[in-house]
Design a protein around this ligand. Structure first.
Ligand code: GTP
Ligand code: SPV
Ligand code: MN
Length: 596
């Protein structure tokens, strides 16, 4: 054991107590130094936890493979453990804290025998900023340590902060047996504690991410009057140097990472826009003394989807992941580089697949199903400082001022490409009724609509009815609340082809959004909100099929009346807790839809 680099008695006592439960052979405090990181890398390689990749082509890059049944967040094993069930609400799994601690302790007990327990003090947000929160994660996984070193701030400054900080999030993680039947992701917001056991996959085990920065943080944010959201943050700079920042909430795998680092399309190059990436997954937002909403990205890295990432879909990210990157569940090529479905370059003729088996293109399993080289949820972990468009304001304690909030989902038919809500309350209604359709790639009924309010359905750490109330209240605390918009990049034609090319072309829509924020353009009023007037979206250099624009902006009142049925059902589960303002918006929308 290295000496605890802290005098914080509460911290030292908690580490000892958890060590008595898990019984590791050794305890190592993580100090954020390069020497220690390199030692961990060597040990992880020796222990076959990671593979060093081709150091010429991919310097300081590694590959990790998870267990085949441990490849994504397990929402059915994720719980909010509040004393009262009502405080977790109808959309969360709930367990009473006492029962939850007991159940998990039985799995944690002696789980670290023969292993080392690593103590990772980390900060979400720049140390010392009024936005930031400190956490300490205990883990028996070197992979977790190496990922946390990329995703969070670890080191001297955090330890100094911890000297006087009693209020840190206590995060305990053990791989234990990696047994799906003994896997639990537990949140105790009333104790500022997270216990995760039996998994080795990203969102389940990098406890600073979804567990702390969304579930625990959303609970704290409500008490402290701020917002913890599943949102990207980006800046759009005009040639005169003026930068406007926006945040956008899309459900998992609906395009946050892509939008946050888009490359302006050829046709708009003459306008000289420059994009600044602040974050791709999480935004913490506060009302500042100027009455506006300011945001930071609490993370320092990307944990992005690998499959589909290439020089066309996301050229910026392709540059980011050439060094200091940990790849998870992708194909290993014979030259010790990596590949995934939808990667650049030729399909390799052979390799080792994400499960560690020899792979050739076209091979099938016993059921005749094509064997994939990479898992569809394969990921990369890379530092944001690798990003050519990384914002120069990442370390600023104030964050960035937000002009617009964008909600979005995958809707083949219903929602127009973009619309603006009438006001904050209507915007909250639009966020609260967000939905996304399953694609053919997902298990479940094709096209099935899943409600995902503010893209927070799996991540809200308390009763979502109270979360909606909190959003309504936040609007009243702002002198200049951002305008709220809704986008849908995924509308299709009869044959199921996307009507809108998306990706970099989305900047055309962001341009209209900013013009609306700055009162530069008019709009057409529809029952659901304001849509662009013909000609107000700059289409220079972009040729769409005839009639595509009309289809993209079509609002069919009958379809929306149908949609209201699903919304009503969703709202009803919150019973009397649902803010009456949302029912009011519901009724007013119905009246508008029926009156046309
Ligand atoms: P999480 O990391 O899971 O939270 O996901 P994310 O929201 O960051 O999603 P990501 O950017 O990784 O995109 C996921 C998928 O959406 C990829 O398959 C992309 O190709 C696709 N996608 C992203 N932007 C667009 C777009 O503008 N149009 C279309 N048609 N597809 C897009
Ligand atoms: C998501 O699922 O929204 C992710 C990946 O960003 S994970 O960190 O695993 O939650
Ligand atoms: Mn996400």
């Amino acid at each position: 054991m290295n000496k605890p680099p802290t005098h914080n008695k509460k911290l030292k006592d908690w580490v000892s107590k958890m060590a008595r439960l898990c019984n590791p052979d050794n305890i190592i405090w993580i100090d954020g130094s390069d020497t220690q990181k390199q030692l961990l890398e060597r040990e992880a390689i020796a222990g076959a936890e990671i593979i060093r990749l081709n150091q010429e082509k991919l310097p300081s890059c590694f590959l990790h493979r998870t267990a085949p049944d441990d490849v994504a967040r397990t929402e059915h094993l994720t719980y909010i453990c509040t004393r009262r069930k009502l405080d977790a609400g109808p959309t969360n799994n709930w367990m009473a804290p006492k029962a939850a601690y007991q159940k998990a302790a039985a799995i944690f007990k002696n789980s670290m025998v023969g292993r080392t327990m690593y103590v990772i003090p980390f900060s979400m947000g720049p140390v010392g900023s009024s936005f930031s929160k400190i956490g300490v994660e205990l883990t028996d996984s070197r992979y977790v340590v190496l990922n946390m070193l990329i995703m969070t701030r670890v080191g001297e400054a955090v330890l100094r902060q911890l000297e006087e900080e009693d209020n840190f999030t206590k995060c305990l993680h053990s791989k234990a047996q990696l047994d799906i039947n003994k896997r639990l992701i537990l949140h105790f917001p009333e104790d500022n504690t997270i216990w995760s056991v039996g998994s080795g996959y990203g969102g389940n085990v990098l406890l600073g991410k979804k567990c702390l920065s969304l579930r625990i943080a959303s609970f704290i944010a409500r008490k402290e009057y701020w917002l913890a959201e599943h949102m990207l943050i980006m800046g759009i700079e005009e040639p005169n140097g003026h930068i406007e920042y926006i945040v956008a909430a899309f459900p998992s795998a609906c395009g946050k990472t892509n939008l946050a680092m888009l490359i302006p399309p050829e046709g708009l190059k003459r306008k000289g826009y420059r994009i600044w990436t602040v974050g791709d997954d999480i935004a913490w937002m506060r009302v500042d003394s100027d009455g506006s909403l300011w945001a930071i990205n609490p993370e320092t890295g990307f944990f992005g989807v690998a499959v589909g990432t290439n020089s066309k879909s996301n050229p910026t990210m392709v540059k980011v992941i050439q060094k200091n990157t940990i790849y998870t569940n992708v194909l290993l090529k014979p030259d010790q580089t990596v590949w995934w479905e939808g990667a650049d370059g030729e399909v390799p003729t052979q390799g080792i697949d994400w499960m560690g088996r020899p792979w050739k293109p076209g091979i099938k399993d016993v059921n005749g199903k094509l064997i994939l080289a990479a898992h569809p949820n394969s990921r990369f972990t890379a530092p944001i400082t690798n990003c050519p468009s990384a914002s120069f304001r990442l370390e600023q304690h104030h964050g960035v001022p937000i002009s617009a909030i964008i909600f979005g989902g995958r809707r083949q038919h219903l929602a127009p490409l973009v619309y603006e809500t009438f006001n904050w309350q209507h915007g909250v209604f639009v966020g609260a009724t967000m939905a996304s359709e399953r694609t053919a790639a997902q298990v479940g009924k094709l096209g099935e609509v899943r409600r995902d309010p503010m893209a927070m359905f799996p991540f809200c750490g308390y009763n979502m009815a109270d979360y909606f109330k909190h959003w309504l209240n936040m609007g009243k605390r702002m002198a200049k609340p951002p305008k709220i918009f809704h986008v849908n990049w995924f509308r299709t034609d009869q044959e199921g082809n996307f009507l809108w090319p998306g990706f970099g072309e989305n900047l055309r829509i962001l341009e209209w959004i900013l013009d609306r924020c700055n009162n530069k353009v008019g709009a057409n009023k529809t029952a659901i909100g304001f849509v662009p007037k013909a000609g107000d979206i700059d289409m220079t250099g972009l040729e769409l099929n005839q009639g595509a624009m009309e289809k993209l902006f079509e609002v069919r009142n009958q379809d929306w009346i149908g949609e209201l049925k699903g919304i009503k059902k969703f709202f009803e589960q919150f019973k009397r807790d649902l803010p009456r303002e949302l029912w009011q918006e519901y009724k007013e929308l119905l009246v508008r839809l029926e009156s046309k």
